[in-house]
Ligand binder design. Structure first.
Ligand code: MG
Length: 309
């Protein structure tokens, strides 16, 4: 009889389970949104703001975002040690196959959403119900009040303790081509110093877009410059362009490029999460600046992969 009990239970299980209301969380539990879906005549800014609400909240209000950043930076420390111990190692494609590599070592780090946290700027756009605009961004940069991305400052101090230079390559804009001491450069330096970092006085380690003629948004030319003096141990960033050139192509081509160098991720290349913006977003609509906001939204929706029913 004891041996039969499980069989009886098994036979009853379908009946029992039909009486139990299974309540597991899922999309079906999400209440109806309190907002109205924007109609075709709504201002584009409302659509744009709605577009980024979750991404900004994830970065500002979730522990999950901070945990991913800290995981990346912990991994960066391990990768730094490994890179230091191999004098033939370089993380920069621009430095591969060059023969004798420089003795001095450096890591190249992006600034925005890699070291500095600009989410308050993005949150303000949502609160104001308006889209990104360059003047408002500039104003935010010049304030020099950004906080730091979790784990970034600890990693920079670790690299410095190990005798590794930290070179910042950022697409913050010098505005006047050739201006090596631009307002945005000074504000960024002030911002980093306010967070407790000290930048060397005798060498420019903060390389902005346009601060030298020919330094465009593609960071390859700046990596080439750094590669002349330093063996590049690691690249740290939040965008494919922080690791390789010519990334303003289709999403499919970008995926192929990332896969081509898949052995670099987590070793020479450390990626930080950024769900708010990046070259990935422009790739969805071919970086086409002439499209209206509604057209861009439609291009993005066309990229969604649904279940087909
Ligand atoms: Mg960035």
């Amino acid at each position: 009889m004891r041996r039969k009990l499980p069989l009886i239970l098994a036979a009853l299980l379908p009946l029992l389970s039909s009486c139990i209301v299974v309540h597991s969380p899922g999309p079906w539990d999400v209440p109806e949104p309190p907002w109205e879906e924007p109609g075709p005549d709504e201002p584009a800014a409302a659509i744009e703001a709605h577009d980024q609400l979750y991404a900004v909240l994830w970065m500002q209000a979730s522990v999950e975002y901070g945990a991913v950043c800290r995981t990346s930076y912990d991994r960066a420390q391990v990768a730094l040690d490994a890179a230091l111990s191999d004098p033939n190692w370089t993380a920069a494609l621009e430095q591969r196959g060059l023969g004798n590599l420089p003795v001095k070592t450096a890591v190249i780090m992006d600034i925005d959403e890699t070291v500095l946290d600009n989410s308050p700027h993005q949150a303000q756009l949502i609160l104001d119900g308006r889209p990104f605009d360059a003047a408002f961004w500039r104003k935010w940069v010049l304030r020099g009040e950004a906080g730091s991305v979790p784990g970034a400052l600890e990693f920079i101090r670790y690299a410095e303790r190990r005798g590794v230079s930290v070179i910042f390559v950022t697409n913050r804009d010098a505005e006047t081509p050739g201006d090596r001491n631009s307002p945005q450069e000074r504000a960024t330096r002030r911002n980093l110093e306010a967070l407790g970092l000290s930048l060397p006085e005798d060498e420019d380690t903060l390389l902005l877009r346009n601060e030298v003629q020919g330094w465009g948004s593609d960071k390859g030319s700046r990596r080439v410059l750094v590669a002349q003096s330093y063996r590049i141990l690691l690249l740290v960033g939040d965008d494919l362009g922080d690791f390789m050139s010519a990334i303003r192509t289709t999403p499919e081509d970008r995926a192929a490029k990332a896969a081509e160098h898949k052995e670099m991720w987590g070793r020479g290349w450390i990626m930080l999460p950024n769900a708010i913006y990046g070259s990935w977003e422009g790739a969805l609509y071919g970086y086409e600046r002439n499209l209206s906001d509604v057209q861009i939204l439609n291009e993005k929706r066309a990229r969604l992969r649904g279940t087909g029913n």
